[in-house]
Design a protein. Structure first.
Length: 317
């Protein structure tokens, strides 16, 4: 990595960057993959979550922390595995596996087992993603630059030739067999605070057990920030920040807020957006962080000159 005084540009790369390069890495793609490759796990997630979340996969990490008290206390979480199927009339029906087969050992399927299996499946899904399409390559200044990647892929290395020593894979890198970090942002204490009510002693014990097991997929952003204190020192004097393809969700916003506190007010910020919803979110973040010097772009605005015509042709095929 370059010396502190040499680093002028910071690139913060999110999932939208890989999506721009046509990698099928939306959480809805994970859902499709699970349906094909691990339907039992997909069914269990539906049993535990989607009975109460109609749009579970659109905000996957946030929703992992949104397990309802009803799901826990009404028996969906600590219950026999159910198989969900559609009736001929279109209604969803649940079949308890005990009644149909003795070969599926799902009784006592706890949250701990669910989340451990999800972590394994998540890593398997990431590892099989196809590489980025180089015709969607954008203009990046690799000199005097540092990169924070929120992605688990090696797009920056493979397509752009960025030196791995210049990249902080803040949530891990699949190709390096890192422990991939994903999940919600609620501690057990916060979960119990959200669930507080007048419960019986038995119900409270169940809720405490659930909160502790949910810590398996707790994304400890504060802890991650603290572990990289040495890195933050290297970017204090940067002149420009490029936030590309980052969702700016509440789970990951603390990273951007932290960067805002350590850099100069004169730093120029650049945010990419893809949809109007993205653009509106960016504007809210700019206001929230009191950023004065900024610009909004789309990644298509930054396409390398020799790729623009190829992209145009590819998108209209």
């Amino acid at each position: 990595m370059a010396r502190n005084e040499d680093i002028e540009n910071l690139y913060v790369i999110g999932n939208g960057f890989d999506l721009h390069h046509k990698i099928q890495c939306k959480y809805s793609d994970l859902h499709k993959w699970l349906c094909l490759n691990n339907p039992m796990l997909e069914n269990r997630l539906f049993q535990v979550y989607e009975l109460h979340h109609n749009d579970f996969w659109s905000s996957f990490e946030t929703n992992l922390g949104a397990l309802t008290v009803e799901s826990i206390l009404e028996g969906y979480v600590y219950a026999p595995m159910l198989i969900f199927a559609k009736h001929a009339n279109g209604d969803m029906i649940a079949l308890e596996t005990d009644n149909y087969t003795g070969s599926i050992g799902e009784i006592g399927y706890t949250l701990e087992r669910l989340f451990n299996n999800l972590q394994i499946a998540f890593a398997d899904w990431i590892s099989q993603l196809e590489g980025a399409n180089p015709i969607y390559k954008v203009q990046i200044d690799k000199s005097k630059s540092s990169f924070i990647s929120f992605n688990y892929t090696q797009t920056l290395e493979q397509i752009y030739g960025v030196n791995p020593s210049d990249i902080l894979y803040i949530h891990g890198c699949s190709a390096r067999n890192n422990n991939l970090i994903f999940g919600h942002n609620l501690t057990p204490e916060k979960l119990l605070e959200n669930w507080r009510n007048n419960y019986s002693e038995e119900e409270l014990e169940t809720l405490i057990e659930a909160a502790n097991e949910m810590s398996i997929i707790f994304k400890d952003v504060k802890g991650i920030i603290d572990r990289h204190n040495a890195y933050w020192e290297t970017i204090r004097n940067i002149q420009s920040i490029h936030i590309w393809g980052l969702s700016l969700s509440e789970v990951d916003m603390p990273y951007i807020s932290h960067i805002r506190t350590i850099v100069s007010n004169d730093v120029k910020w650049e945010f990419s957006w893809h949809t109007k919803t993205d653009k509106d979110m960016v504007k809210k973040v700019i206001e929230r962080l009191q950023i004065k010097n900024y610009s909004l772009i789309t990644l298509n605005d930054l396409l390398c000159d020799n790729n623009s015509q190829m992209v145009l042709f590819s998108d209209f095929r």
